[in-house]
Design a binder for this molecule. Structure first.
Ligand code: CA
Length: 368
């Protein structure tokens, strides 16, 4: 089967780094990563871009077989602020806006987004010859890149959205044909039958830009969504994270390289400490990697879906809440009527998905 062309829209971020490492080292037979498009979220947009460049250089270092692609991966700047902070409807200022007031989750991921170890690994993976594994053009913006890539291969390019949906909403606003040209949109976000992770109502990615999320869910037909109902059930525990520091030796297909496992181990320390402190949980949730599993067709049977229109609350105390219409039929028309149906993952084969993660990260398996 042909590899799925994938753009990863991301705010790296420790769990973004896991997902991108898996995409570029472990699932290379399944996905062909065209680009990392960046945006605010776990960190400010400029840090997100710096981190995306570091990830591509680290993951695709001189071993071309480990890269998912024979061509360079594009790193593309996206939105610095959510839609409501932009002065223009089509977000002409999206990539240059003043982002001093944007909320970022640096208390979860460390100031740099990689648990305060970015500088160490930036030095390790620095390219002295200035030959990078990524391409970067400061004049190209994520929303336009996404639309152009989808137009170049109509029906073939999917987007894995690991952050807020600002870039996607702008792509649809500026380039309406993108709604037709994009293959699938896989969204990490929302909480359907459980509390949020920022407050009882809202999950972080959706709360980062509720207006964008509601626009995207209301516009696009081929949307797969996975939120906290599922992602909080897939974890790496302390002892499993410790194993990442132990080299497994050699470069095996389908497995993340040892030096990257070591990087993930180091970057996770700060992120794990947050989970220990806030949730008394010695481990981390595999939010972003779970969304990547959903993007890979052979892993889709690990999930159980419900289908229905999704709306996002944009006002009041439940701002950012995601509400899925599983009933579909109502006696009178409502705000969900006639909207596209998303496929929302609400349950997961925990052992099956954990086995996939363990194998890809070369961890010894302990059945739960
Ligand atoms: Ca993310």
């Amino acid at each position: 089967m042909a590899r799925k062309k994938l753009i990863i829209d991301t705010d790296p971020g420790v769990d973004d780094a896991y997902a991108i490492a898996l995409a570029l080292h472990a699932f290379t037979d399944d996905v062909d990563v065209l680009a990392l498009t960046t945006m605010f979220g776990n960190v400010r947009r400029d840090d997100a871009t710096t981190n995306a460049k570091l990830l591509v250089d680290a993951l695709c270092v001189d071993d071309h077989s480990s890269s998912s692609s024979s061509r360079a991966i594009a790193v593309v700047d996206g939105a610095k602020v959510p839609l409501r902070m932009m002065r223009h409807g089509r977000g002409a200022d999206a990539a240059v806006a003043d982002d001093r007031d944007v909320f970022v989750a640096d208390f979860v991921h460390g100031k740099c987004g990689f648990g305060n170890v970015r500088e160490k690994y930036a030095m390790k993976y620095a390219r002295r010859d200035d030959k990078h594994s990524y391409t970067y053009d400061e004049d190209v913006e994520a929303a336009d890149y996404i639309a152009a890539a989808c137009a170049a291969f109509p029906g073939e390019v999917s987007v894995l959205a690991l952050a807020s949906l600002t870039n996607i909403a702008l792509a649809f606003r500026r380039h309406p044909s993108c709604v037709r040209d994009m293959d699938e949109l896989i969204v990490l976000g929302g909480a359907f039958g459980v509390n949020g992770n920022v407050n009882p109502a809202a999950e972080a990615n959706i709360l980062g830009d509720p207006e964008a999320a509601d626009e995207v869910f209301s516009a696009f037909e081929r949307c797969l969504v996975v939120g906290l109902d599922v992602t909080t059930r897939l974890t790496l525990r302390g002892p499993e994270i410790d194993q990442l520091a132990k080299p497994r030796g050699g470069r095996q297909p389908g497995v993340v390289r040892d030096d990257i496992r070591e990087f993930l181990h180091d970057a996770t320390r700060f992120y794990k400490a947050y989970h220990v402190e806030v949730a008394s949980f010695d481990g981390i949730y595999m939010h972003d990697p779970t969304a990547l599993l959903l993007a890979v067709p052979r892993f889709r049977n690990l999930f159980q879906f419900r289908e229905g229109a999704v709306r996002v609350v944009t006002q009041g105390i439940t701002r950012g809440q995601t509400v899925l219409d599983v009933r579909g039929k109502w006696p009178v028309k409502n705000e969900w009527t006639g909207r596209p149906k998303c496929r929302v993952a609400l349950d997961v084969d925990v052992n099956g998905a954990s086995r996939v993660f363990h194998a890809a990260l070369a961890l010894e398996v302990h059945e739960r």
